[in-house]
Design a protein around this ligand. Sequence first.
Ligand code: GDP
Length: 599
Amino acid sequence: MSDSDTHDPTSLRTPIVAVLGHVDHGKTSLLDKIRGSAVIEGEAGAITQHIGATAVPLDVISSIAGELVDPEDFDLPGLLFIDTPGHHSFTTLRSRGGALADIAILVVDVNDGFQPQTLEALDILQRSQTPFIVAANKIDTVPGWNANEDSPINATYEAQSDRVRSRLDESLYEIIGNLSDEGFSADLYWRVQNFQRNVGVVPVSAMTGEGVPDLLAVMMGLSQRYMKEEMEIDVEGPGVGTVLEVKEEKGFGKTVDLVLYDGTLRADDTIVVGGTNEPIVTDVRALLQPRPLEEIRTESRFEKVDEVSAATGIKVAAPDLGDAIAGAPVRVVRDRERADVIAEVEDELASIAVDTEETGVVVKADTLGSLEAMADALEEAEVPIVRAEVGDVAPRDVSVASTAEEQKEQVILGFNVDVLGDAEQRAEIEDVRVFTDEVIYQLIEEYEEFVDELERAQQDTILENIVRPARFRILPDHTFRQNDPAVVGVEVNSGTVQNNTNVVKFEGNEPERVGQIKGIQEQGEDVDEARAGNRVSVAIDGPTVGRQIEEDDELWTELPEKHAKILEQELSNEIPADELEALNMYLDKQRSRDPFWGK
Ligand code: GDP
């Protein structure tokens, strides 16, 4: 049972650390290295694997960091690293106050520098105001590097040749420059005085362990110095946490993995969990932790515990968890009013809710926090949302998207989610476009490109169905036939003469329709149109040369008023300059008679 009698009621919890960065820059390796170093230091028992997280206690940190960390200087109990591989959007996870992670490590490959997910991570860190340091990783790949396993950076740096050192410096300054471009004042960590104002950069190798002592020392120092107050919790109080993932577990049904960041959670507690439709109120059936590797026999991979305290990662088995949402709040009821706790959860959910419109795109994301980040980014891009939900793209989403009136809204944007097989099929049938990506701004860029293309295509169709302006002149001595139809040689002065359009002639500013073009020939070949500068012969049904039209007459394509309006207001950027010139001259003539013509 609980050992709460011996607990100091307020105590300091472990800061929660998120490791983030672009794919392949070394997030997993860095966590593995920290775990591995702890094992080598003979502290294997002290480091505990939680559900979705790894706890590294202070004494382990101090034995890895050597003289960089004196445990006497600290009263925080260590660091809890959230396991992030493949789920960088976990960094968008929320807690009551803001980001679930108290502090973050942004991993950047020294060779590869800033990449899309690096920028996205920075954006998320900035929005959530999460303090972070940069691990400039893979320093062992600098050509000529001489590895000194697990050494603090200073010692191994001094042991390198001048050339290697200056190569590393160059890469590091590039990263510092990149950070500054993004609005962060940064420097190598040993030069940083105030970590609240400046971002510290720590050179490391997740492969050789070089710089890892520094990284842990800086994280620990930063937490102790700036976060101590936030770490003061009532360990005995009812637990508060955030859902990491909802998972089916053999023998337990639907379970939730959560990070508890305040209070305790007991195996006999009633909890309230944020759900798809409404908060779920349920009784804990079991609290599950991973069983140490050597103990896994044929039985469950998990062992049951009676109680856990913040900060920790834990799997909860309980009825009715199927509708729980990743990123949603979890709260223990214990001796409080159930309705009050439900209201708290509802409040928290409401603060993350996304504004939706009557029409817009459908958005899916892997957690509530990432859904919110998507919604923010879409709002900035002025893209309306009709529906926003946590979860994979399902046939239901396709149905919603397919009812949109405009094609640009028959769209599903999925961030860090899968598209279920039948949803994909259905989307194809319903002509719904599904975009998925692991980087928010790339996803939005893809969508914007799609919209641009759509608009271009729409304008092309409009242009195809619209009469184009043209001014042309009958050439002297080029009457090939007097009438029925009249066939004359013309030169196109500006614009595009098209077949089957009406022809007008202005008497002063009065337009007079003289007939309709019934054929265009260029050097004996039939053509559909003639562009400015061309000389062609045209057959005009209606007039007789010498009566309604004369050689040397200036003729115009008759523009229906509606077409003239569309051309002027919507397509003036799409049509060639000479066509625009013909249009403007035509409008001038019409408007000198009727100032509102075509408006
Ligand atoms: P993640 O996608 O960010 O989790 O990246 P991983 O940890 O999976 O690392 C990607 C690749 O880079 C793997 O092949 C690692 O072995 C390699 N890697 C990671 N860190 C280092 C490092 O410090 N030095 C070297 N040489 N390779 C590294």
